[in-house]
Design a protein around this ligand. Sequence first.
Ligand SMILES: [Zn+2]
Length: 64
Amino acid sequence: MIAFGCEDKNRSPIIEDRICPKCGRDIEVFLLGGRIMEDAVCECGYVIEAQEPILKVTDRKKEN
Ligand SMILES: [Zn+2]
């Protein structure tokens, strides 16, 4: 097993295979807490984009 330093187990990324919707190849994505940590690029060029953490959309700063 690969240890990720002293970090909390819950913070360890997991690698999951996703099927490319374009060419059908397996793409390895890094998941952390159920979301994609970083962009995963398929050999065909398709990109599975990283997912942002869920944020509150308040946009209060726009109301200057
Ligand atoms: Zn592909």
